[in-house]
Design a protein around this ligand. Structure first.
Ligand code: FE2
Ligand code: FE2
Length: 265
């Protein structure tokens, strides 16, 4: 089967004409389904864009959300709305809400939004100040210790989800594809062609998820895992273990693009 992988398409930055031509180009792809690893749009607009995509593409869209998808709203409110919508619309599948998808006999798909957790790099020293802390209700926190606690709470949710679903997916499949918004390893945090430094790493990586993925794959040496993520907007690939590969997508605001057409066995 074939899947088109998209990430960080930030559709809210497009004019209607650009959106129409992007959807037209996507709908012409000979793929069976679409993967999106987050940052689809912002807050209230995410459902509107997902519905437009579903209508234009007429094939299943498997997605996770990124930090921008919660901008101008609260994580709790967006999650309720997305959950309601995806229950009503069978072609839109939010991976936070499913255990795993059996894509083929060999390959399963799992995923979770994930969140940067400040556990890599140097959170205490970094002066990076993301818009997340002004644009997402739960993260409007001035105290840095409180910010870190909130980030880690969200990341832990992702890690717990993956810890639960991966053994199920690997029971019947020898390959598992993971969709995450935030890169789960330091080596996967590409930014402008370079690995991210200690100032950005706390906000560009989710170590909690990386620890789970590594642990699971060390115990399943006969299986393979491919992770597709985004968030840093810098493209790159890394091989974390012989059976664990991470592909990070590149992105430019206002210029959404297809990352890869994946041939899935
Ligand atoms: Fe993004
Ligand atoms: Fe992001």
């Amino acid at each position: 089967m074939k899947a088109v992988w998209l990430t960080d398409i930030h559709l809210n930055f497009l004019k209607q004409k650009q959106l129409d031509s992007f959807l037209k180009a996507l709908s012409g792809e000979l793929a069976d389904c679409f993967f999106i690893s987050g940052d689809i749009a912002e807050g209230d607009g995410v459902i509107k864009y997902l519905k437009q995509m579903s209508k234009a593409l007429k094939r299943p869209i498997y997605f996770v959300l990124g930090n921008h998808d919660y901008y101008g709203s609260s994580i709790a409110a967006v999650r309720v709305r997305i959950s309601d919508q995806t229950q009503k619309q069978s072609g839109l599948i939010w991976l936070n809400k499913v255990d795993y998808i059996s894509l083929t006999k060999e390959t399963a798909l799992v995923g979770h939004d994930s969140w940067a957790d400040g556990r890599l790099g140097d959170f205490g020293w970094s002066s990076v100040d993301l818009n997340d802390f002004r644009c997402i209700d739960e993260l409007k926190l001035w105290d840095r210790a409180e910010r870190l606690k909130a980030m880690q709470g969200l990341a832990n949710e992702a890690a717990e989800h993956l810890q639960r679903v991966l053994p199920m997916a690997l029971k019947d499949h020898r390959h598992v594809i993971v969709l995450n918004h935030v890169p789960p390893f330091k080596e996967a945090c590409w930014h402008q062609g370079q690995p991210s430094g200690d100032d950005w790493l706390p906000f560009f990586s989710c170590k909690s998820v990386g620890d789970v993925l590594k642990d699971v794959m060390e115990r399943h040496s006969d299986a393979e895992m491919t992770v597709f993520c985004g968030h840093t907007h810098g493209a790159g690939e890394c091989q974390v273990l012989p059976n664990l590969r991470v592909v990070t997508g590149g992105a430019e605001y206002g210029l959404p693009q297809i990352q890869q057409v994946l041939e899935i066995k």
